[in-house]
Ligand binder design. Structure first.
Ligand SMILES: NC(=O)c1ccc[n+]([C@@H]2O[C@H](COP(=O)([O-])OP(=O)(O)OC[C@H]3O[C@@H](n4cnc5c(N)ncnc54)[C@H](O)[C@@H]3O)[C@@H](O)[C@H]2O)c1
Length: 244
């Protein structure tokens, strides 16, 4: 039996790509497409969706994720902008319901590999900064990927890893910090989604760089998530949690 999937945010850039991918996938059945003015709860109930993929807006994602979990559908959340406290709340709810789901700020394999390898490198090169570059219509800054990268780096970075404070002649010149890791966000037409993680050491630097040049790159991760969430009994964070 194909897995019944509803896409929320179906008329946006990621939503349209997801709809196309699900329609072409032999194991999936697209049972619903919802957008801004839709009644998501009713759409999930009426369609019998088992999985709901969400690519909406940072201001909408807390509400839509609450509804998905409340209806008992498995959430596959690609929308960025959820806070750590909000994610913990959803994890508690899913644990109580034994409901499988995933929140992944980046569904591309290359970006996840960049984050995983960065965790190893930071053990030896603790001075690190992130530069992320996105299209100028991206709603949130910094990107969810940059925030997640900083969190993952902070898990293995030595306690003294933070860069020495310096005087900012112009406020913001040194970027924002998340878990003591500086993040610099660039927003320009011409970019899609790109990130560099730069490690500095005396006399040398090491740069990991990932470039998403087509939204297609997110689709294998989305498909994997739609299948895996049915086998989970908790809400996991990050595509790396379900990769073999
Ligand atoms: N996880 C990933 O791999 C990944 C990859 C790319 C983008 N994203 C994120 O996905 C989200 C969407 O990105 P996009 O480029 O498709 O944006 P977009 O603006 O093209 O599309 C968002 C869509 O959501 C709709 N929407 C807004 N509020 C809504 C609501 N309350 N209910 C239902 N629909 C609503 C909008 O009308 C729009 O059609 C962003 O948060 C972005 O950062 C994640």
């Amino acid at each position: 039996m194909p897995i019944k999937i509803l896409v929320n945010g179906a008329f946006g850039r990621m939503g349209q790509m997801t709809v196309k991918t699900i329609n072409a996938h032999p194991n999936f059945e697209l049972v619903g497409q919802t957008g801004r003015e839709y009644d998501l709860k009713r759409a999930i109930k009426d369609s019998g969706a088992q999985v709901v993929v969400d690519f909406t807006h940072p201001e909408a994602v807390f509400h839509s994720t609450s509804i998905i979990i409340e209806t008992g559908a498995h959430p596959v959340i690609g929308t960025t902008g959820l806070t750590i406290n909000q994610i913990q709340l959803f994890q508690e709810k899913c644990a109580n319901l034994k409901l499988g789901g995933i929140i992944a700020p980046n569904f591309s394999l290359g970006a996840v590999l960049m984050m995983k390898h960065a965790q190893e490198i930071v053990k030896y090169m603790p001075h690190v900064e992130i530069i992320e570059m996105h299209h100028d219509t991206k709603a949130d800054s910094p990107s969810g990927t940059a925030l997640r990268s900083a969190e993952m780096l902070a898990q293995t970075a030595p306690a003294n890893a933070s860069t020495k404070p310096s005087h900012e002649t112009v406020p913001g010149a040194r970027g924002a910090t998340h878990h003591h890791i500086p993040i610099h966000a660039v927003r320009l037409p011409g970019f899609l989604a790109h990130q560099q993680i730069i490690f500095g050491n005396t006399g040398e630097t090491l740069t990991l760089r990932h470039d998403s040049i087509d939204r297609e790159c997110f689709m294998p991760g989305v498909c994997l998530a739609c299948e895996k969430v049915l086998t989970l009994n908790q809400l996991v964070v990050g595509l790396e949690e379900i990769l073999q």
